[in-house]
Design a binder for this molecule. Structure first.
Ligand SMILES: [Zn+2]
Length: 389
């Protein structure tokens, strides 16, 4: 819902301008209100506790979110709204809580009509992590007796649904606006009474300890060992509050991480440009390699002449002999391009090696672009390279 800026107080404006380089006025921005999350049970049988919502209120203040894949908005105020919901299975209205937020977006980024359309046809997706999930039946955070989504009869003979209460949020990563998914949601919210309880365990099968699933009817399914991961996989069916973490290069020599959320546009954008890793070391490797590349291309631009894709001209490039542990300069007429720059002369290539020697040795001997490589295939990890070259 778009807010009339008449209702934006001077205090609100102060909050907004806290995060901006110059001072903006009410004429520069649209402000709007959204519900970030609430204490209702979700399709995954998880609910955010009231206490957790209050902590998220503080954590989400000031956070940015995506309205579209390239338009950002920022939250400048958050508050908790108490609402009463009457349910069909109960005479008493039930108290629930919503975490509401006020956000602003710059007028030069979007029109009022577009903003209205987005807000009316979307829902909000949030990403945060929690320290504890508590069983609604026994209150334990390490409950192994109750399965969420199942019903259990209590001492008074009343059936109680088991779900997880999310507690102690540690991080609020992001919020974003995503298209509504009305059809499936209403069905998903209904607890499935005939759901079969499945227990995972290990069994000795043919002398080997094997992961298996046991169902209530005594059926056993062998769980296949996990496929080796390369670190480039995309989480496709991430449940809202699971703990899959993705890593990405933030452009400032730092790897950021946050919880994966398959519904969040940013995840898709990061994946599209291949800046989405499930392994931190991999993200670091790729980033380090790319920094070296950029530095070397810049060095070539600053210290050497342009290299044209001209078959008549000799082009020099850097090689590394893994067995002899020494650098070589190759030359070619036609080959263009490698992942490292070309040089106009052997001399320039040698100068460049000299400038980036340690990083180049790392690149040629240790750099890996996937996490499932065979360690033995890299022969000279200790790299006692001749550094006088
Ligand atoms: Zn329990």
């Amino acid at each position: 819902m778009i807010i009339d800026n008449i209702n934006i107080s001077d205090n609100d404006m102060k909050q907004i301008n806290k995060n901006t380089r110059k001072d903006f006025t009410r004429d520069d921005i649209y402000t709007f209100e959204i519900t970030l999350c609430d204490s209702e049970l979700d399709a995954n049988y998880e609910a955010i506790s009231k206490d957790c919502l209050y902590k998220l209120k503080d954590l989400s203040l000031g956070s940015s979110g995506f309205l579209t894949s390239d338009i950002m908005a920022r939250i400048f105020d958050t508050y908790i709204e108490k609402v009463f919901i009457s349910r069909s299975n109960s005479i008493l209205a039930e108290e629930t809580y919503k975490l509401k937020a006020k956000a602003y977006v710059f007028k030069n980024a979007i029109t009022e009509e577009e903003l209205n359309h987005i807000l009316n046809h979307s829902e909000i997706s949030v990403g945060f992590s929690v320290k504890r999930r508590v069983c609604s039946i026994c209150g334990s955070s390490e409950c192994s007796k109750h399965i969420k989504g199942q019903k259990y009869v209590d001492e008074a003979g009343i059936k109680q649904l088991c779900y997880n209460l999310l507690n102690d949020p540690t991080d609020f990563y992001e919020w974003s606006v995503v298209p509504k998914q009305q059809e499936s949601k209403s069905n998903d919210n209904k607890p499935k009474e005939n759901k079969v309880a499945i227990v995972k365990t290990k069994l000795m099968i043919n002398g080997k300890l094997t992961d298996v699933k046991l169902d209530e009817n005594g059926g056993i399914t062998i769980i296949k060992p996990k496929k080796q991961v390369t670190g480039w996989e995309k989480y496709t069916s991430v449940q809202k509050y699971n703990n899959e973490i993705i890593f990405y290069f933030n452009g400032f020599e730092k790897i950021d991480k946050r919880k994966a959320n398959a519904n969040i546009l940013t995840d898709n954008n990061l994946y599209t440009i291949a800046n989405y890793y499930t392994n931190e070391k991999l993200a670091e490797n790729i980033s380090r390699m790319q920094t070296l590349q950029r530095k070397m291309f810049r060095w070539q631009a600053e210290n050497d002449e342009p290299i044209k894709p001209d078959a008549a001209k000799t082009k020099y490039y850097i090689m590394y002999n893994i067995e002899d542990k020494e650098f070589n300069i190759g030359c070619t007429y036609t080959k263009l391009f490698t992942s490292l720059p070309y040089f106009s002369s052997r001399q320039k290539a040698l100068q460049c090696i000299h400038t980036f020697k340690d990083e180049l040795i790392w690149f040629f001997t240790e750099f890996q672009w996937r996490t499932d490589y065979d360690n033995n295939s890299i022969s000279c990890k200790e790299s006692s390279v001749n550094k006088n070259d």
